[in-house]
Design a protein around this ligand. Structure first.
Ligand code: FGO
Length: 419
């Protein structure tokens, strides 16, 4: 009964997009609370932010008179890590924050994060794929919260128009994209020329970033993956989106396909003026889907928080991984439920019946790979590898030049010759 009433409130708030209102409700809750624990996050808006705020409101309501969680947006993911690094220096860290695995590795160099089990967080039953990625030296330093996988988004109307089916393999995908692009006179595969998009092609072609303990970004698989993206543009079936998210560019051409994060689902749905389909990613062979890059973050607790704040944080973390909360969060956003029991919950079952697209997210979660979890990875994925991918796709360097140069920079960075 309790959960049901909450679900109703959550759906109402989500439905009307009352982000402003949620913020005010939380402010009022925290004004009265004896203990306030800040949670710095990177959800600027949309469904993920609304869902997070609703979870927080319900948690605070249940703990009135004890403590409250105060979510504070710090921009996007990279802004958030910049703010956290600045807060380190100023000694003004929040109680909790969202963090990528490589960021946890970085913060651990300063011994700034507490292992969550020591706080009393129960991790039983959580998806081991997500848990293993936040285990450092045998201890778990974060609670997987908003974890996404890439999926194949597609324009069902366009496929229908030409009697095309959803491609299951890379070869079929390229052939379909070529045919549809030719017929439409416009490239139909849209992608952001970045490390995320590249990762799908790289992992699906069999690539691995770590080879004998060495980080390699110019392997044959990396070059083959980047070549597909470069050729797609040259051959007229791929369109590089260099500004904004793909869903923000609908209407500027003929959208057919993208290989993008499942967390974008609500944004895509809202922006699409066509019948939006989701499927597992095209595989190297037909017997299994391609590999998605796991993205999205974990919730971490900083050592500098007070005992009372840590207690509030532990209670919150135990709450967010319950099947009930994960079912609501996943159904509202497209993130993968980190607690597999969420799938059995009536809320999730109802949503799956209403919207079979969500099945693709759950299936794809079984075929997913992580980027390296080393402290330097954020810098590498944006400023070195991401840069190389953009340059090659925009024709400013060849695939070989771009990736070989990226490898040299990686080697220099990791050996401390550059920073
Ligand atoms: C984003 C970024 C990292 C790292 C990956 C890392 C840092 C990538 C990629 C760079 O939670 P995910 O799956 O999706 C985000 C979610 C919440 O904002 O919704 C997606 N979104 C938002 C607005 C919109 O209009 N459309 C849409 O799809 C949004 O992407 O995270 C995927 C995108 C990127 O931020 O450009 O994770 N990423 N590894 N970022 N700092 N460090 O190691």
């Amino acid at each position: 009964m309790r959960v049901k009433r909450w679900l109703l409130t959550a759906l109402l708030l989500l439905g009307f997009g009352l982000a402003q209102k949620a913020d005010e409700v939380i402010k009022a809750q925290c004004a009265k609370a004896p203990v306030v624990a800040e949670l710095w996050h990177a959800f600027r808006g949309g469904a993920p932010r609304a869902a997070l705020e609703n979870i927080v409101i319900e948690f605070n309501r249940r703990h009135e008179g004890e403590y409250c969680i105060r979510p504070i947006n710090q921009g996007g993911y990279r802004d958030l890590s910049t703010k956290i690094k600045a807060a380190f220096a100023a000694g003004k860290l929040p109680t909790m924050a969202q963090a990528y695995e490589n960021q946890i590795a970085l913060y651990l160099q300063a011994d700034a994060v507490v292992p969550v089990q020591a706080l009393g967080v129960n991790l039983e039953g959580l998806n081991p794929i997500f848990l293993n990625a936040v285990r450092f030296g045998g201890l778990v330093y974060g609670v997987p919260f908003n974890k996404s996988v890439q999926v194949l988004y597609y324009n069902r109307d366009l496929l229908r128009k030409y009697g095309a089916s959803v491609p299951k393999t890379i070869d079929a995908f390229i052939a379909t994209a070529k045919t549809l692009s030719e017929k439409e006179g416009n490239p139909v595969y849209w992608f952001r020329p970045d490390t995320s998009t590249f990762g799908y092609w790289f992992f699906t072609l069999g690539g691995e970033y770590m080879k004998d303990g060495k980080l390699v970004v110019n392997s044959p698989e990396a070059k083959a993956a980047l070549k597909i993206l470069v050729d797609s543009v040259k051959e007229g079936w791929g369109k590089a989106i260099t500004s904004g998210y793909i869903n923000q560019n609908f209407g500027k051409g003929t959208y057919g396909f993208s290989t993008d994060t499942s967390a974008g689902y609500k944004y895509y749905q809202r922006a699409a003026k066509f019948d939006l389909g989701l499927a597992t990613l095209p595989g190297k062979t037909a017997d299994r889907p391609g590999y998605a890059v796991v993205q999205g973050t974990n919730l971490i607790v900083f050592r500098s928080a007070s005992e009372a704040q840590k207690k509030a944080a532990a209670a919150f973390l135990n709450f967010v991984v319950t099947p009930e909360v994960q079912a609501i969060f996943s159904a509202a956003t497209g993130y993968v439920p980190v607690n597999p029991k969420a799938i059995e919950m009536p809320e999730m079952q109802e949503r799956l019946m209403e919207d079979p697209n969500l099945e693709a997210v759950l299936k794809q979660a079984n075929y997913a790979k992580y980027e390296p979890q080393i402290p330097q990875w954020e810098q590498i994925r944006f400023d070195i590898l991401g840069q190389a991918i953009t340059e090659a796709v925009l024709g400013k360097a060849s695939v070989d030049e771009a990736l070989d140069r990226a490898q040299q920079l990686v080697d220099k960075l990791l050996s401390g010759q550059i920073r």
